[in-house]
Ligand binder design. Structure first.
Ligand SMILES: [Mg+2]
Length: 121
């Protein structure tokens, strides 16, 4: 890959962070850090300025929908991949209206995540 792509994971599960790292690092992507809720996510996005944000729907303190709303207000061109679980349909349609374009259902396949990222960078 010609240039590094920096990825931030905003998900309350350490397992998801590990799975994202396992999927992306062999492909040359840099998985920078994890935030465990949306509030921490927004803080880390402001500091780290990631190229792509992987955003969970269900998190404590501030969920993925509220996070996406705040994020797109600050940065309308933010590149977000939303990770949803089965049964999150109402929430994902809300996220779509807010501007999230890419969705993966957990558990995602490593190659799905890689191709999703490649499609938005
Ligand atoms: Mg979660």
């Amino acid at each position: 890959m010609a240039q590094t792509c920096n990825v931030l994971v905003v998900d309350d599960s350490p397992m998801v962070f590990k799975a994202v790292k396992r999927a992306l690092e062999p492909e040359g992507f840099q998985v920078m850090d994890q935030a465990f809720n949306g509030q921490e996510g927004l803080e880390k996005i402001a500091v780290l300025n990631p190229d792509v944000i992987i955003l969970d729907v269900t998190m404590p303190i501030m969920d993925g929908i509220q996070t996406a709303e705040a994020l797109f207000q600050r940065n309308p061109t933010a590149k977000v991949i939303m990770l949803s679980a089965m049964g999150d349909d109402d929430l994902t349609s809300k996220a779509k209206r807010m501007g999230v374009k890419l969705f993966l259902t957990k558990p995602f396949k490593p190659e799905e995540l890689v191709s999703s990222i490649r499609s938005i960078i």
